[in-house]
Design a protein around this ligand. Sequence first.
Ligand code: SF4
Ligand code: SF4
Length: 381
Amino acid sequence: MANNFIFGTGPFAAETAEILEKFHIPIDGFLKISNDNKRLPQNIYRDIPTIGVDEYFNIDKDSNIFITKKPMILGETITYLKQHEYLNVYVVSEEILFSNPNTIEDLYQHLEKIDFNIPFLNYLEMNIVDQCNLNCKGCAHFSNIYDNNYVDVNKFKEDLKKVSDKFFLYNFRILGGEPFLHPKISELVKIARNILKKSRIVIVTNGLLIDRLDNETLQTISDNNIMISISLYKPTYEKIQSIEETLKKYNIKYLINDDYFKEPEVIKQFQTRLSLEKKSENNFASEICYGRFCRFLRDGKISKCYYPLLIDILNKKYGTNFEISDDDYVKINDITDGWEAIEKLNKPIPFCDYCREQEVSFDWEDNHKNDKNKFSYVLKK
Ligand code: SF4
Ligand code: SF4
């Protein structure tokens, strides 16, 4: 009988072990990508051993490996397991934590077996609206500069179709600006589900409009199994009760601040690495920044992160001179090998030169609509 391992060592891994054991799938070990003793697991589940990367040679290639990581950060693990020719790799959906499966069919609803013949794109986000009903200082999507700009329904459909022709997309995030400002949000949700039948689809929102949405929109979100991720800013916190009541009424799954395990806290600070000038820091920022996971779709292109495909608004509005090159993104039409495209996007891009090694933190503030000071967006030091 094949052995079973869980990739991951945190609370998600421990809970998954418990669920799998309920179905008589005994766990032989927790895998971690590092051997660094300083990063030992916080959560060792009972007496199951934790295995560092140097000991993986003990693991048969046909073992079952269950990955318990956030969709955004799965990519590097999958590339690693593909390169080392593991055969039976499953991604565990965080939704397993909400649903506590009772039957083996329920369990498999939350396990995505990776078919390495089809390029597996773990994460992709897309703005459907560029502007926002908040105007946060330093918004990474520059939503506080945009005026009205809504994605066209046909363009949305066309871009998603192109993506699904080239990849299996695991996790699609509908973003903005504020996505609930889009007048055709229900239609977009139905299109996304129709094209991405097996993907996790998440709407990321500041939540302020949720308790004002009409019945049809809320029901469509629920019927199409779309998850909501609420960013808890101060104005959101002030009405969170009403937001949660609305979502519960329609049986819509949601996370606050995208974290299942942490008590939600009001977001008090933002960080940025973007600088007005190119830095000579050997692309170190691109190895540690959170943005390196944020594959971004716009106008038939996928970039490593949101900056290259959104920075144009800053150049236009403030005369900044951020340069974009063809190597900052891939054109979906030009992709002949999806795995190669994924690998390209995993590497640093020329735009990364604009990012600092040391991030700059600043207090969250609203009311920065069309701030005349371009440094509010790049926070020059
Ligand atoms: S809520 Fe703030 S950070 Fe989020 S998109 Fe709107 S302006 Fe940007
Ligand atoms: S441009 Fe590169 S370094 Fe900057 S946020 Fe994006 S991925 Fe990170």
